[in-house]
Design a protein. Structure first.
Length: 224
């Protein structure tokens, strides 16, 4: 098995990217009261949709002629045997993009942590926002206001996490860390994950000659 980095110029025009919870439970046949409990393996689900042009297709820009490249990439993924490495194309960077320019670091955090401490923000300034992604353990984590508040972090009314007087901010995350993070880790964007195709027929590409072919590729995260 191999990891294949998604080509930067093959950009989908539609994206679905969400965290699928992992829960169990049972319902009483008498009262219909349902007991629900959380399990340990939430995972990211993604769907990428493309319009790929072939020679002579009436498309320009990114869509023109990249149909053959998608065919080749899909073949390389071998129906999920190899993993595609990509990010949520809708949000490649924090909502406050200026944060990328800051000299940020992440404190050491154990596997299973539901928050991390990030340093390097402006004292008492804005940190990350709800819906931003951070990594550090090889998979995406979405910034959670609920987890931030539970960990004692400060949140503004606009959904932005606030740093303290030293420029440190408690950032709640979902899902919890799968692996420990070493102290002084430097966050990088975009935050990528490892995904596998959910079926062996993703390469179906019936196309009228001279027209564009549409691809809908379904992926599930390959859990670490």
């Amino acid at each position: 098995m191999a990891d294949i980095a998604w080509p930067a110029d093959l950009i989908p025009y539609r994206v679905m990217f969400y965290l699928q919870p992992h829960i169990g439970g049972q319902e009483s046949p008498f009262t219909r009261t349902r007991k629900v409990y959380g399990l340990s393996a939430p995972r990211w689900i993604a769907r990428l949709t493309f319009r790929g042009g072939y020679e002579g297709a009436p498309l320009t820009g990114n869509a023109a002629g990249f149909g053959p490249r998608l065919d080749s990439l899909i073949a390389d993924l071998q129906g999920g045997l190899n993993k595609a490495v990509f990010h949520d194309f809708r949000r490649p960077r924090p909502l406050q993009a200026q944060q990328i320019a800051a000299a940020l670091t992440i404190d050491a955090a154990p596997a299973g942590a539901t928050f991390v401490v990030m340093r390097g923000f402006a004292p008492r300034g804005r940190a990350l926002s709800a819906g931003d992604y951070i990594g550090g353990d090889g998979r995406p984590h979405i910034v959670s206001l609920a987890a931030t508040l539970a960990a004692g972090g400060a949140v503004s009314g606009a959904g932005t996490i606030l740093a303290d007087a030293t420029g440190a901010a408690i950032i709640g995350i979902n899902p919890p860390l799968s692996q420990a993070i070493g102290g002084g880790a430097v966050p990088r964007w975009p935050v990528t994950g490892r995904f596998e195709l959910t079926g062996e027929d993703a390469g179906q590409n019936e196309t009228t000659v001279g027209e564009a072919s549409e691809y809908t590729l379904d992926f599930v995260e390959d859990l670490l």
